[in-house]
Ligand binder design. Structure first.
Ligand code: CMC
Length: 391
């Protein structure tokens, strides 16, 4: 059986080699294939970033057009899949719906589940990137009792998603370049983040040879938790509960008290011991969106005060707890009209790109092995079976 190291939470275990994303947590640096995240957010778009993550280089104009065509070709979902939604309660959490319908894709697209076939792998990655916004918008429409809106391939990725979310037969969605750009930026900022819990889950599921649709469903399940993707939802709930600027001090005090089990949501990160570079872009985008919509959200004042107080508090400074990507995203999404329950779903839509890129990198590495961690057994030693009458 040999020796192994015991590393709960994988604090110091590198699980794979990867060429996709680099993070320097001490310096607050995040690079995708070498490009800084803020440059990508400012100058690129989500489709280009998806291509970059998958293929390693920014696309030429022709490659861009071909890639967009390959994605839009798959934006619709099988009509039979629509019936899945009817099986859910209207008040089902959309992440629960997403776990189910994404896993179910494997039952519809048999021609892209053979992971040993390069072409099938490629089609599966395109299908997942293309269909995720459709499935997400359908989950929302079902929850509010509105008809599903079919995808429109004449729109960009983010615009099409906004249209499927917010247009109704009686009234088309009014496109705003600022809001479409903000949506696209939010997608870019969430696209990949090396070996976080959900990506590691996708890799682990994939390492057994499971099909990519099942692996992405596993990733969605892992993302749902409040310590990971569910944090954006938790941030907004927390800001609402704090309610006003003058209550911020109390909340910070409670977060420092371990017996309260309360943490400042949107603060801290396993890898970043500095300001999360995505949070900076998010903060700027937040002001742009609120400005465009003319929204004055008191929660933004609470958020800014929280940031101000926490960043000068010894407890947070000592532990290097800074705002993370989720701190501002909820305020933007709320202003754009997304219900809180959809926040983590949006994260899943964007992260699908990272998940499939990481899954593909693993499958195409000739040295990959099934992931099989060991354990420290702390249970009972060997003992003899006791018949029921003697227990
Ligand atoms: N509020 C108060 N104290 C905190 C917080 C927080 N948000 N985060 C960490 N701490 C404390 C923690 O109690 C511990 O203190 P001590 O050393 O005295 O025991 C110390 O800081 C280190 O924390 P940890 O839990 O050992 O760190 P971790 O790397 O295991 O956890 C984390 C990282 C992100 C789960 C955690 O910081 C957290 O729960 N944050 C709030 C949830 C959140 O915003 N998550 C989103 C992460 S970014 C997006 C994503 O990954 O999906």
């Amino acid at each position: 059986t040999g020796y192994f190291t015991y590393d709960p939470g994988y604090m110091s275990t590198g699980s794979c080699e990867s060429k996709i994303t680099f993070i320097d947590g001490d310096e607050g640096v995040l690079l995708h294939r070498g490009y800084p995240i803020d440059e990508l957010a400012d100058h690129s778009d989500f489709m280009e970033v998806a291509y970059l993550l998958l293929h390693g280089e920014l696309p030429t104009e022709v490659q861009s057009r071909e890639f967009e065509h390959a994605i839009t070709y798959h934006t619709m979902v099988h009509e039979q899949l629509r019936r899945f939604y009817d099986g859910f309660r209207r008040d089902a959490h959309p992440m629960a719906v997403m776990c189910g319908v994404t896993g179910a894709l494997a039952a519809f697209y048999h021609d892209s589940t053979d992971i040993t076939d390069e072409r099938q792998r490629e089609i599966a990655t395109h299908r997942l990137i293309a269909k995720m916004p459709t499935l997400a918008a359908m989950a929302y429409k079902y929850s509010v009792g509105q008809p599903f809106v079919y995808p429109r391939n004449d729109l960009g990725y983010a615009e099409n998603f906004l249209n499927m979310m917010f247009s109704v037969p009686a009234e088309p969605y009014r496109m705003s370049p600022t809001l479409s750009k903000a949506m696209d930026k939010i997608f870019i900022l969430h696209a990949d983040h090396e070996q976080n819990a959900s990506t590691s889950t996708v890799r682990l599921a994939g390492s057994s040879g499971a099909n990519p649709f099942a692996c992405i469903a596993a990733g969605i399940a892992s993302l749902w938790g409040p310590a990971h993707g569910g944090a954006n939802e938790a941030v907004l709930k927390m800001l609402g509960e704090i309610g006003s600027k003058d209550k911020v001090g109390e909340a910070v005090k409670m977060a420092k008290d371990k017996s309260s089990h309360f943490r400042l949501m949107g603060f801290g990160h396993r890898v970043y011991k500095n300001y999360d570079p995505r949070a900076k872009v998010m903060q700027k985008t937040c002001y742009e969106v609120l400005g465009e919509l003319g929204v004055k959200d008191p929660l933004l004042d609470v958020a800014m005060e929280l940031e101000r107080i926490a960043l000068q508090d010894e407890y947070f400074v000592e532990r290097k707890l800074y705002p993370n990507v989720d701190f501002y995203s909820g305020i933007i999404l709320k202003a754009m009209g997304f219900p809180v329950s959809m926040f983590t779903v949006l994260f899943a839509v964007a992260r699908t790109v990272g998940w499939v890129a990481q899954w593909k990198e693993m499958i195409e590495d000739p040295a990959y092995k099934i992931g099989r961690p060991r354990q420290l057994y702390t249970g009972a030693p060997k003992r003899s079976f006791v018949p029921v009458e003697k227990r």
